[in-house]
Design a protein around this ligand. Structure first.
Ligand code: ADP
Ligand code: MG
Length: 306
């Protein structure tokens, strides 16, 4: 007998819905989440379309984990505490093997981010995954794009360009050594949203954004929202040994400056403030506009859907 929509939801998703802020989860018309009296809701939504945001033949576990990470990265960039998420899932068919693996990827993300799956919608069509995330912010605080001040230092977390290097590898543009290939693929398939870092930066950084479209493009959003110029020194960019194993330093730099999908944070700190662990100073905020890295590089505006 074909699996009904309700059996499918019950079998694969309803166990992922428990969490501290959840009063009512999958199964009713709405989920109900609790905010503390001194909190407000931060919410964001992200869609991943097969063949556009991930290769058609990606492992379903990775598709699930990555979709949640991409959405959760926006909570991280605001400094929000994860409360819960909903999932709008469009499937071409009911494939129990695929759904089982996909739900395991979701389960890994639910536990990594303490972000229960409290509801959603399930429809038939080309494979598309939309994750809507909800988080809590203190009433009087948020990490915005618009607060950078002239004189601030500019920082990023982790290393940059790994996901772009992985994608180039998946597209047969180069062949890293096995260890490097494994590392880079993990960075692409299993990005970790920087939730703890975002919360640490709340009330400490003047501005922040997550890097989903590439450093130059995303730092450009901080520059525009803050009315400042962001100056980046390419020699300071943190690069993984795996990425640096590519034989063209220019290509590596281009990935680090323009490659998306790393989901690291870019943020600004007033002069004299120490960065958190695993963060690197890459430049400074100056008067003016736009992003200047001293190189003549086209800034891709991110993937153009239309
Ligand atoms: P409604 O018709 O009221 O929108 P649905 O039949 O779409 O209800 O969904 C039934 C219940 O299952 C709801 O609580 C909904 O939030 C949940 N749900 C549906 N699809 C998903 C999904 N992909 N992941 C998690 N929960 C889901
Ligand atoms: Mg519905």
């Amino acid at each position: 007998m074909p699996t009904s929509e309700f059996t499918l939801i019950y079998r694969y998703f309803s166990a992922l819905g428990r969490g501290g802020a959840v009063d009512l989860s999958v199964g009713d018309d709405c989920a109900i989440l609790r905010l503390a009296e001194n909190e407000r809701l931060a919410t964001s939504v992200d869609t991943m379309v097969a063949g556009v945001h991930f290769p058609q033949d990606s492992f379903p576990e990775d598709i699930g984990f990555r979709a949640v990470s991409a959405a959760t990265s926006d909570l991280a960039a605001m400094g929000a505490r994860p409360l819960g998420m909903t999932l709008a899932l469009t499937l071409p068919e009911v494939d129990d093997f695929w759904l089982n693996a996909f739900s395991q990827g979701l389960a890994a993300a639910v536990s990594a981010y303490d972000l229960p799956l409290v509801g959603g919608d399930t429809t038939r069509g080309p494979l598309t995954i939309t994750v809507q995330v909800m988080g809590a912010l203190p009433l009087d605080q948020a990490l915005l794009r618009g607060g950078a001040q002239v004189g601030d230092g500019v920082y990023v977390s982790g290393t940059l360009g790994d996901a772009a290097g992985a994608l180039a590898f998946l597209q047969d543009q180069w062949q890293p050594e096995p260890d490097a290939a494994g590392y880079l693929l993990d960075r692409f398939n299993r990005p970790r949203a920087r939730v703890a870092l975002g919360r640490e930066l709340l009330g400490y950084a003047t501005a922040a954004i997550d890097i989903s479209d590439g450093l130059l493009a995303d730092a450009g959003h901080i520059a525009a929202a803050s009315g400042v110029k962001i100056c980046i020194e390419p020699a300071l960019l943190p690069l993984s040994p795996a990425l640096k194993s590519h034989d063209s330093g220019d290509r590596v730099l281009q990935w680090a400056l323009t490659g998306g999908d790393d989901y690291e944070l870019c943020f600004c700190l007033p002069a004299g403030k120490e960065p958190p662990a695993d963060c690197t100073r890459i430049g400074q905020v100056e008067p003016g506009e736009g992003v200047d890295c001293g190189l003549n590089i086209d800034i891709p505006a991110g993937y153009q859907h239309f």
